[in-house]
Write a protein that binds this ligand. Structure first.
Ligand code: ATP
Length: 199
């Protein structure tokens, strides 16, 4: 089984997350996809609480499962009630699904911070890494795997994916009372309205 993990704060989930997951599932032939809602130690100014973020991630997962069931949400990182780290999540998933091939899906923005992640060198040993890039031209400034990884171009796969939407933009538009309906899945939009989030 090919197991992929896609982590984020999902504050809120948006159509970029949805498109990335659907694209990845088809392109990479993923059998099981885990959306992991995190307490990102680099993002301290979250605006929606853990409960809401997890619920919205479940709505995202339902949208993905509308066309082929493979996705589930993990709250494992949230349950730790402390800053969570990808390396710990990957170790947990490797222990839970020992016979699966594990791939980490990550956007270029997050990948640029990779070398500051806890035990980042271990990540290359624990899973395959697929980076969704805004532009295939600029390789400058992208983190490189440690030198004991012989061929880093094989350790990481880069996929072009230019879809300029972010949770920050959604929060800012909602906060300014502007429409976000084109940026988030309909179910997430309804949830944000119902709970008056980001106002
Ligand atoms: P924020 O604006 O609050 O920083 P975000 O839009 O980056 O949030 P996250 O939940 O932090 O959303 O992201 C989860 C993952 O999705 C990360 O790997 C991030 O790089 C990736 N990602 C988010 N938006 C996009 C996008 N438009 N294209 C490609 N990857 C994305």
């Amino acid at each position: 089984m090919h197991l992929a993990v896609f982590g984020g704060t999902f504050d809120p989930p948006h159509n970029g997350h949805l498109a990335l997951c659907l694209f990845a599932r088809e392109l990479l032939e993923i059998d099981r996809m885990i959306i992991s809602v995190s307490n990102n130690p680099f993002k301290q100014n979250r605006e929606a609480g853990d409960f809401h973020r997890k619920h919205m991630a479940e709505l995202l997962s339902s949208e993905i499962n509308r066309v082929g069931s493979c996705c589930e949400v993990s709250g494992w990182e949230l349950e730790k009630q402390q800053p969570s780290y990808t390396v710990d999540l990957l170790r947990y998933l490797n222990a839970r699904y020992p016979s699966d091939r594990l791939t980490l899906l990550v956007g270029e923005d997050s990948f640029r911070e990779f070398s500051s992640w806890k035990e980042y060198e271990q990540l290359f040993l624990l899973c395959g890494i697929v980076v969704f890039r805004r532009s295939s031209k600029e390789m400058d400034g992208l983190p490189r795997p440690p030198s004991n990884i012989q061929n880093w171009r094989e350790a990481i796969r880069f996929i072009d994916f230019a879809y300029l939407v972010s949770s920050t933009e959604v929060r800012e538009l909602a906060g300014a009372g502007k429409s976000i309906s084109r940026l988030v899945p309909a179910s997430v939009h309804r949830y944000i309205n119902r709970h008056a989030l980001y106002r």
